[in-house]
Design a binder for this molecule. Structure first.
Ligand code: PL4
Length: 413
């Protein structure tokens, strides 16, 4: 008799982004004459740049020829890409060996799968608010109790709430936790952790033999040279941190699909030997994963070339100008605004007493703009909405103009 994994039943509601799409579609069905502006999902819109296209085309051509065709590659990723990643980190002043990179088809899958190499009694601590995959993957694996509707969280997890006062990066836990999820630049708040804040997490993790899963998917959006782009800039992080990253927002690979995870050989848990976690992740990948697309990996090598980096950074500057336009618009309507300066997300606080979904409804019905409710990222996100800077400039401008002209927060419908 087959039985299902009933942990799935604990998942509080639909996954955040399909739920937003469902509500927006319902509104559109009732108002077919309206054009909706999308500042919701963080999805890239601008075409791939010439150097990257060249890299992708060259690989497609190689696949068309019997002498240069290649089939399955190494599950861990192609050597040229792992070497290019190692050089990319070296340029940030950090030494990561090529075999410490595990190339993936994007950061989301690794963010969900990494928990599988830790025991089921692992105490999970999650930065709040944060990308929902960290929590949901641990719910499904059975590390939580039920969803506590009153608190807006899952029993059994340690939520580390951030607030505007601490730049949305929480203090280290007061009790002992085992696995901490930290995302910087943060989705959804757009805040970036300082060296001191990351050093505090690293110090905590080393002291408690805890591990940090550090999601740096938006690292390339940091323009302030004082802010860390990788957790390995912090001394001691190689013993306690696993870093996830992605070409999705770095180079417009949301559809192409390519990412990487760094598992340093020194990373240790309470009951592991040095090198064992690195070997376990390797074992996990060779068992469950057949490697990222070889075409995508050729594109990744092109991204990391000198010209590819310059083009990708120009694309990032385009999205960051969108972020500036959004920030300015939200300030014009008198809202409290955070983020959007070293990250492609603008985090907006609504008036006291308004929930995130109330705000979502107001933006949708009054302004025809789709945003993302902050409560979908955790209880500390309640009362906020996230606006994404990914979009064509024209659409971004129209969305902001619509908000500035139509938003009347004291006249909810
Ligand atoms: C929508 C902090 C977006 N359906 O593309 P990947 O898999 O390399 O990266 C996913 C990812 C990883 N880490 C962080 C992220 O914010 C994301 C992408 N987040 C968003 O709007 O929050 C796209 C989400 C997608 C999803 O559910 O992930």
């Amino acid at each position: 008799m087959a039985t299902i994994n009933t942990n799935y039943r604990k998942l509080a509601a639909g996954y955040l982004f399909p739920e937003i799409a469902r509500r927006a579609a319902a509104f559109q069905e009732q108002h077919p004459e309206e054009t909706l502006f999308k500042l919701g999902i963080g999805n890239t819109t601008e075409p791939l740049t010439p150097t990257i296209l060249e890299g992708l085309h060259a690989k497609v051509d190689a696949l068309s020829n019997v002498d240069t065709y290649s089939g399955y590659g190494d599950e861990q990723g192609d050597t040229p890409l792992r070497e290019a990643l190692s050089r990319y980190y070296r340029d940030m002043g950090v030494n990561i060996a090529p075999d410490e990179f595990f190339v993936s088809d994007g950061a989301k899958a690794d963010a969900g799968n990494l928990q599988s190499i830790f025991s089921l009694d692992t105490v999970i601590a999650v930065q709040d608010p944060a990308y929902p995959v960290y929590v949901d993957s641990n719910v499904v694996s059975g590390r939580s109790g039920g969803f506590n509707a009153e608190m807006g969280h899952y029993d059994g997890f340690v939520y580390m709430p951030g607030s505007a006062e601490t730049n949305f990066f929480p203090a280290v836990p007061t009790g002992k936790v085992d696995l901490m999820y930290i995302c910087s630049p943060n989705n959804p708040t757009g805040a970036v952790a300082s060296h001191e804040q990351l050093a505090a997490y690293v110090e905590y993790a080393r002291k408690h033999k805890a591990i940090i899963i550090y999601d740096a998917a938006y690292a390339e959006y940091i323009s302030d040279p004082a802010l860390p782009k990788t957790i390995y800039e912090i001394e001691g992080a190689r013993e306690c941190a696993i870093e996830i990253n992605s070409f999705s927002k770095f180079a417009g690979f949301t559809g192409v699909r390519l990412g990487w995870t760094v598992v340093p050989k020194e990373v240790i848990a309470e009951n592991s030997e040095p090198g064992e976690i690195h070997k376990m992740w390797n074992r996990r990948q060779v068992t469950f994963f057949n490697g990222a697309s070889n075409i995508a990996q050729a594109g990744g090598v092109a991204v990391l070339s000198e010209q590819g980096l310059a083009e990708s950074r120009a694309l990032i500057a385009y999205y960051m100008e969108n972020a500036r336009i959004i920030r300015q618009g939200m300030q014009t309507v008198g809202l409290q605004v955070y983020g959007g300066d070293n990250a492609p997300y603008v985090w907006v606080k609504g008036p006291e007493g308004m929930t995130s979904w109330d705000l979502f409804d107001v933006f949708l019905t009054q302004c025809k703009v789709i945003v993302t409710p902050g409560s979908g990222f955790g209880p500390a996100g309640e009362g906020y909405v996230r606006l994404s800077a990914f979009g064509h400039r024209n659409n971004i401008k129209q969305a902001v103009e619509s908000i500035v002209s139509n938003l009347k927060l004291n006249e909810r419908n």
